[in-house]
Design a protein around this ligand. Structure first.
Ligand code: 3H9
Length: 648
């Protein structure tokens, strides 16, 4: 690690070099203080550029120091020193200026950004709020509404948006540091614009109240977003010094909170998930051309996800009609993205142009990776892969998106079974972040490494799973649903269970989710598996009864709930059906409290999780946490079921 001061005429250039992400560790903070003092004392220097070496500007405080006693100088002191400098300081931002990094840049007198730089205050995702002036300085530049949104969401802001909002001053057109020096020269002799001296612009308090309430609702039990938004608003009410002191107190309070501990576990878990024994140092294969077989709901989502990430994509369907339907589905996904403002019209055209459509499998011949997303039937998949493995190159990776079938049984049909991997996406595949990367029995290490690398390039989180029925996620979900179904028979109602889980922090309870996804798919699976079911095991029949009554969920207007009015509503018919099932089984119904429901659900999850760990299906408890959080709506701020249970 080093912080250096070099000179270019009358400009001092301070460069932070602390790989990998230039975190503001103690050494960086101390180094910055020394360099600033040296630049201040040097009469030959009239302005200062603050830049970083390597791939990014400071990406935040050093999270490894959290939980340790604080060491002087603290980051707020460093930023105060930057802001107080008598010589203009220009921050030259490339990569990601996040958290303490963004705050450091806000302390400078001007900010210039590389065109692809990004800014953000992701502290809320660690269960804390910015602790080095972010909530106090940002609203002085961009106003309360924008600052509340940025601080509460933790999202990244592009360089262009940062300039538009006023958080950055300009975008570099040439070499970033050279442009920053030129900018610094312009500021020599001019009055310094200290962010902290600016007044927070007036705002509409009623609008801010509405925004604040919406932030609280969206957080579903997570405290940090509302706390961050509140501190932004306080910037309007307090002088800078008082605002900074209050912000710091909230930061310190939250740093010691259970939620922050849990979210920091998730942060570490995400980085750990990529570290898989057996593939250390193994180079992933180069993937540029991806093929997707099947353009149903899942296939279309997968194709979009690859096109979004810059891959060239070939989509194959069995005939012209299915292909046209698939193309329409993909176009529809993009149209909705444009409509919601997530992408521009031009981006839609560009991404669509990366996708070509074909009704013959031979079109896959030049692909580096082919993923199948066809009907989940073993015979269908085995035939498909047998034929595909004769069409594609011998080094082309073949991936199945099966949810429940045995990928090893599919691999046995492939020429070169060591190249068949499971890539289990979650629906909608272009939105959901989780991909289970399924390690088949003969899988080559570099194919596994490629699976993880592709997931990462798609902007997704790859978690390695061994082969078992349902892999990590659906296997646990099945165990959890079983408990819920038993509770229905024992006395709870769907709305009780959904309310308990929503109260716990899930965005939707399991029965509301089931109605949305459709009850018929799992019904078909249960019928297929009926012959092999252990008759001595308890089996909940309510789902079957609903399906027999034609209640397949929202698409039929009724499932666990009724949607007759368009809105979800409790249906007395369902209550009667459930009570009848209990009666038939001779069960005396009793009521369940929310905490009892949660206890039973979590115990079921943890019990199945322990089995999964013992069998080596998941590498670590934290991988199971990531699957539940990113695939099933488990609230991240609780850290995950295994974290809660203390299972590593
Ligand atoms: C904060 O700033 C609080 C302040 O408001 C107040 C202070 C008083 N510290 O993610 P990657 C490591 S809170 C230490 O795989 P990428 C990471 O563990 C902080 N280490 O790379 C990994 O190490 P390893 C607010 C960190 O290219 C390596 O860097 N900031 C930190 O996919 C590579 O990481 C954030 O929350 C850190 N802050 O993504 C930003 N960050 O190789 C968190 C990363 O040993 N970071 N490491 O496993 C990120 O979002 C991403 O890492 C980043 C790079 C986008 C920067």
């Amino acid at each position: 690690m080093s912080v250096t001061l070099t000179r270019d005429g009358n400009i001092g250039v301070i460069v932070i070099d602390n790989a990998p992400v230039n975190a503001a560790s103690h050494a960086v903070r101390a180094g910055l203080m020394t360099a600033l003092a040296e630049a201040a004392a040097d009469p030959a220097l009239q302005a200062i550029v603050l830049a970083c070496a390597g791939r990014t500007f400071v990406a935040g405080a050093d999270v490894k120091e959290f939980g340790q006693p604080p060491r002087q100088p603290l980051l707020p002191e460093v930023i105060d020193a930057v802001e107080a400098s008598q010589k203009p300081v220009v921050a030259a931002v490339h990569g990601t200026a996040l958290g303490g990094g963004f705050e450091l840049a806000l302390g400078a007198h001007a900010r210039i950004a590389a065109p692809d730089a990004q800014f953000g205050l992701p502290e809320v995702k660690l269960g804390i709020i910015p602790g080095a002036g972010g909530t106090q300085r940002l609203p002085r530049l961009v106003g309360v509404a924008a600052a509340m949104e940025i601080a509460a969401s933790g999202r990244r802001v592009s360089a262009a948006e940062a300039v538009e909002l006023g958080a950055a001053d300009r975008i570099a057109t040439g070499d970033l540091v050279e442009d920053a020096k030129a900018f610094a020269r312009e500021l020599i002799g001019a009055e310094l614009r200290r962010t902290g001296d600016l007044a927070v612009p007036e705002f509409d308090p009623a609008e801010a109240d509405r925004q604040f309430a919406a932030i609280g609702r969206k957080a579903r039990g997570q405290l940090s977003p509302a706390r961050a938004a509140h501190m932004v608003r306080r910037a309007f009410e307090l002088p800078l010094a008082a605002g900074l002191a209050e912000e710091r107190a909230v930061f310190v309070e939250l740093l010691g909170s259970e939620q922050s501990l849990a979210l920091r576990h998730v942060f570490a878990a995400e980085r750990k998930a990529a570290k898989v024994p057996g593939i250390e140092g193994v180079e992933p294969r180069n993937i540029e051309a991806a093929g997707v077989v099947g353009a149903g709901l899942m296939g279309a989502g997968i194709a979009v996800s690859f096109a979004d990430a810059g891959f060239s994509v070939t989509v194959v369907e069995r005939d012209k009609a299915a292909l046209d339907a698939g193309r329409a589905r993909i176009e529809d996904i993009y149209r909705r993205m444009v409509k919601s403002g997530r992408i521009a019209e031009a981006a839609m055209g560009e991404r669509l142009s990366r996708i070509r459509f074909a009704d013959r499998r031979e079109a896959m011949a030049s692909c580096d990776l082919v993923i199948e997303a066809v009907f989940d039937d073993l015979a269908v998949k085995r035939e498909l892969f047998q034929s595909l493995s004769a069409i594609v190159r011998p080094d082309t990776i073949l991936a199945t998106n099966t949810s429940y079938l045995d990928p090893d049984a599919i691999a046995s049909m492939v020429r070169g079974p060591e190249r068949l991997i499971g890539l289990h996406f979650f629906s909608p595949a272009n939105v959901m972040r989780l991909v289970e990367v399924v390690r088949t029995a003969k899988l080559a290490p570099d194919v596994l490494a490629t699976g993880l690398a592709v997931a990462r390039r798609l902007g997704k989180l790859g978690v390695v799973s061994g082969v078992c029925e349902g892999f990590i996620g659906n296997r646990i979900f099945t165990a959890y649903r079983r408990q819920c179904d038993f509770m229905l028979e024992d006395g709870a109602l769907p709305q009780d269970i959904d309310a308990a889980l929503e109260g716990y922090g899930f965005p939707m309870g399991p029965y509301a989710v089931n109605d949305l996804a459709g009850l018929d798919i799992s019904w078909a699976r249960r019928k297929r598996n009926a012959a092999t079911r252990d008759p001595s095991e308890r089996y909940g029949v309510i789902a079957d009864r609903l399906c027999e009554a034609g209640r397949f969920g929202r698409k039929t207007g009724k499932g666990y709930y009724t949607y007759a009015s368009g809105e979800k509503a409790v249906d007395p018919e369902v209550t009667a059906l459930i009570e009848a099932v209990s009666r038939e089984a001779g069960i005396e119904r009793r009521s369940f409290t929310s905490s009892e429901i949660i206890k039973r659900v979590m115990a079921a999850i943890v019990e199945e999780g322990r089995k999964i760990l013992a069998e080596g299906i998941a590498l670590r408890g934290s991988d199971i946490d990531l699957v539940l959080i990113n695939g099933y709506g488990y609230p991240a701020w609780r850290g995950g079921p295994m974290f809660q249970a203390g299972v590593e």
